[in-house]
Design a protein around this ligand. Sequence first.
Ligand code: DC
Length: 231
Amino acid sequence: MNNKKITIAIDGFSSCGKSTMAKDLAKEIGYIYVDTGAMYRSVTLYALQHGMFGADNSIDTAALEKAMPQIKISFKLNAETGRPDTYLNGQLVEKDIRTMEVSSRVSPIAALPFVRKALVEQQQAMGKEKGIVMDGRDIGTVVFPDAELKVFVTASAEVRAQRRFEELKAKGMPADLQDILKNVQERDYIDSHREVSPLRKADDAVELDNSNMTIAEQKQWLRNIFEERTR
Ligand code: DC
């Protein structure tokens, strides 16, 4: 295999299986994996824990902006799963950031320009040395516009809701398929219509619609493209 390390940007809609394939590729090729959605989720969890959401779901943006320098997000490899876990100010939050409570509030938080600016800076610092697989919404367009490999992943909203439903059920977490589908559709809308860095395919990204693919097929597809680009 070639030793030249590259930057791999994986963007796409929520729950389209991009993190599973991105994590596994990173592990196989010895790259760092960064889940940027976990970073926006961690900021959301922080805002929830500090009473920054009003009863009408409005956000106390002044308080959050002031708190941003105190919000430290890091990733540590979990020896058991072989995958990185998310830490918020030193506390393991991997499970807490995946609840419906966080999922239903994360999109408006991710639309705040000062939140994006702070997190994008951290993401760019993490990828300075290349050898990174980063997944999110704006990685190929904003964070690493010069990434050597950009992938844009899509799947129908129904397929994605079903996958998230099964994921939550397998973890023993409460789940209702209709609620999840509604959440997926709402987030698609907000994520692709927000003013700052909306979700869109970079012109030079390769598109993958995985509605009818197994995880193994997606993984193989990504591995093949990686081999092609680094040959
Ligand atoms: O990938 P995810 O579902 O964990 O992402 C959670 C939210 O964060 C999602 O609603 C969109 C937002 N997000 C973003 O705006 N930019 C990113 N780079 C990653 C996620």
